[in-house]
Design a protein around this ligand. Structure first.
Ligand SMILES: [Zn+2]
Length: 232
């Protein structure tokens, strides 16, 4: 995964916070090498915490706005201003036609024309992550007029940690030692999503994953990916 001036990285994430958890350090690294970065979210990330009868409540609106604000502040801190927010309900992506997700992703691919695309892996508990992967797979059909040359999947603490039997076997390891503090600072804007350790989305949990992946490649801080297709 090489970054250089002129390279374009598109992150297709289900919810605001997935981009930092899955690849925040890698995005900071890409930006440091003058790559362009765009992030698109297909849905929001709070509705699963509410009964359906409370979707029109003040608290629901408040938490939704807080999540969007967190994402804007976090991405602004990283220096990413190309952001697209989706409104699909969290953990309910299976209630939308897959084609609606595919078309949305295709539209952004056609507009931004990334050479690198980063997205979820299919071995996760969260159904939105799995469906995002499936939609990206369809949107990146190699016979389309434009498709990214390199597509990688990332892992998300919690959703990836709690799967019964993981099939995510990373084979790309990005050294983010130099960008570790930046990742943590970017994550700090999502404080509403953090819980104390041993919850995976805790500072210790995030560090544990970075160091565990580092064991595979003799590095201290790593974000791990699986290359699902590379055309070169
Ligand atoms: Zn998510």
């Amino acid at each position: 995964m090489d970054f250089y001036k002129g390279s374009k990285v598109l992150v297709v994430a289900a919810h605001p916070d997935d981009e930092i958890l899955g690849c925040g350090g890698t995005l900071a690294k890409a930006l440091s090498k003058n790559a362009e970065v765009m992030v698109m979210f297909l849905g929001e990330g709070v509705s699963a915490r509410f009964p359906i009868s409370e979707y029109d409540s003040i608290e629901f609106a408040k938490q939704t706005q807080t999540r969007i604000k967190s994402a804007k502040r976090s991405l602004d801190y990283l220096g990413i201003n190309r952001v697209v927010f989706g409104e699909r309900l969290c953990t309910q992506f299976d209630t939308y036609p897959l084609l609606s997700l595919v078309k949305e992703i295709e539209l952004q691919i056609d507009k931004f024309r990334p050479n690198i695309l980063l997205t979820h892996n299919p071995s996760e508990v969260n159904i939105d992550h799995r469906i995002t992967y499936e939609a990206v797979e369809v949107a990146c059909r190699p016979n389309r007029e434009y498709t990214p040359n390199e597509i990688y999947t990332f892992e998300i603490p919690c959703s990836g940690s709690w799967t019964f039997e993981t099939t995510f076997k990373p084979n790309i390891f990005v050294d983010i030692k130099e960008f570790w503090d930046i990742k943590l600072k970017a994550w700090s804007f999502y404080s509403s999503e953090e819980r104390p350790f041993p919850f995976p989305r805790s500072k210790i949990g995030i560090l544990t994953i970075a160091q565990y992946r580092g064991l595979s490649c003799n590095l201290e801080y790593v974000e791990a990916f699986k290359v699902v297709r590379k055309i070169c």
